[in-house]
Design a protein around this ligand. Sequence first.
Ligand SMILES: [Zn+2]
Length: 305
Amino acid sequence: MELSVAFTFLIFVGLSTAAMWGYEDSGPSKWAETFPTCGDKSQSPINIEASDSTLQASLGNMTMTGYDTPVALTIKNNGHTAQVDVTGDQYISKGGLSEQYKLVQFHFHWGSDDMKGSEHQLNSKTFPMEVHFVHYKNSLGSLGNSVGEKDGLAVLGFMFEISDSDNANYADLISKLSNITAYNTSNLVNLTNTALMKFIPSKPTNFFRYSGSLTTPSCNEVVVWTVFTETIKISKTQMATFRSLMSSETGPKNEHYHIKDNFRPVQPLHSRSVFNNFYSSSATTAYITVYTGVLSLILSTILSH
Ligand SMILES: [Zn+2]
């Protein structure tokens, strides 16, 4: 009796958790009703205006360790995205991070067409897809321990841009998407052992930095965000393959939706600041322009007398 009650409860909780959030009927505008943190004031993603960001030269460059060693990877369809789980020793450090962070997984956000899909925007520009490399603070020991701690996670975001030719570095991953079309978190498909650097731009250097949140419920405000300006190239055909995945969300006839537009809209910045490691704000340029303008006005006034 007790057992069956507990069992029924578990099934109920399990099912309702799956249906509690998504990008269709239980989309981003509804998340805060169930997950109050999603309505807080340090949420992600955001639109990053380069001219409103502050150069912080002390950020320097990020160090990526172990990204050049081929490692075992599995890919799965978790109902909201394609997620690649990593079980190697990849770390990021420096670049303004307080300590080493360990990579656990990376996943993608994409649009129903190539005009949209990224979560972050750069100068209000959207991209067809964005990949997130999720790291936890190594001293906290696990992802589970880190999701409740300020600065517990460090996520790297890279944007995709459409190119005429296929990106060979993504060929294996994209070919395996056909093995994870259905939503099934226990269906783990092996990728060919690959160095993680194959999945990111070569020598990523320029980035924006701000404090934000997970972009999916429960929207924990624990993320040190690093959004790079260097992009990853992908063909239209490769991009379209991501849209063949099926969502955990179902429609009125209990049919599963395709995973598409699995990005959260940009959130208000509120009182936060965005920093960067490469770009001096246009304020200096504007000052010089005004100063030069005034100077030439004075000069021409003097000369005309
Ligand atoms: Zn993400």
